[in-house]
Design a protein around this ligand. Structure first.
Ligand code: HEM
Length: 214
């Protein structure tokens, strides 16, 4: 399994897999297969894929630990950047075909409709994560600060779920399903954090106490 995860070809294969939803959209656009409301179709597909990629990204850490597959880390940045790629398309579909690039109209809409406000907030939260996803930025910020910043992906995922929940008119099963997934992943992370703190506490107690008075 390890050989498969560290192979550069696996990375290429995962990259190509991540492009399939985009390829499908391009194919449908070229063949006029977007249904009666093409803008809505693209908006929904890109919104769905953003949420899926956020969940895939959040799954990496628990899966690494639960299945003892540390090399899964090799895919986290790629999956996170694909979440950003799809939300970028989602946003551009809204700004372009939907709002005709009218920025003031967009601001009014974002301020007026709560589901737009939270969706936009989620998007804004993801921008610094995409920018600082490089190794150079990890070095510049330092591991601890970088990790703290990148924890905001959980907020982006929660806001993404609320955005989805608020926009659906009747059948809330899909947003609730994503909400449950994000909730489980967040809970796992919190429990893991508490467990780490607990195991670190005795080590701290055992360390020699250094007093300022000598
Ligand atoms: C992380 C950020 C975001 C996520 C996860 C997300 C996710 C989604 C999802 C899942 C849908 C519904 C798809 C479906 O019905 O199958 C959707 C719809 C939509 N989103 Fe987002 N979105 C995000 C950000 C944004 C942003 C930044 C905007 C625009 C400023 C936006 C505007 C819309 C619009 C206009 C719709 C369609 C609403 C309707 O059909 O009435 N979203 N989004």
């Amino acid at each position: 399994m390890r050989a498969l995860l560290v192979s550069k070809w696996t990375k290429v294969a995962v990259f190509l897999l991540c492009l399939i939803p985009f390829g499908d959209l391009v194919w449908r656009i070229l063949n006029s297969e977007l249904g009666a409301n093409p803008v809505e179709f693209v908006q929904h597909a890109t919104g769905d894929w953003t949420l899926r990629f956020l969940v895939f990204t959040l799954c990496i850490t628990p899966f690494r630990k639960l299945f003892k597959l540390p090399d899964l880390i090799r895919f986290r940045r790629m999956l996170g950047l694909f979440a950003f790629f799809y939300v970028g398309l989602h946003f551009l579909t809204y700004l372009g075909p939907d709002q005709s690039f009218d920025l003031s109209g967009m601001w009014k809409d974002v301020a007026k409709r709560p589901f737009m406000t939270v969706g936009f907030t989620a998007f804004v939260l993801l921008i610094p994560l995409a920018i600082t996803s490089t190794t150079g930025w990890i070095r510049r910020l330092g591991g601890k600060r970088w990790q703290a910043l990148h924890r905001s992906i959980y907020f982006a995922a929660v806001f993404g779920v609320i955005h989805y929940y608020w926009l659906v008119k009747s059948d809330v099963r899909k947003p609730l399903f994503y909400g449950a997934l994000v909730g489980i992943l967040l809970l796992w992370r919190l429990l893991d954090w508490f467990a780490k703190r607990r195991s670190a506490a005795p080590a701290r107690m055992a360390a020699p106490h250094v007093s300022v008075n000598g």
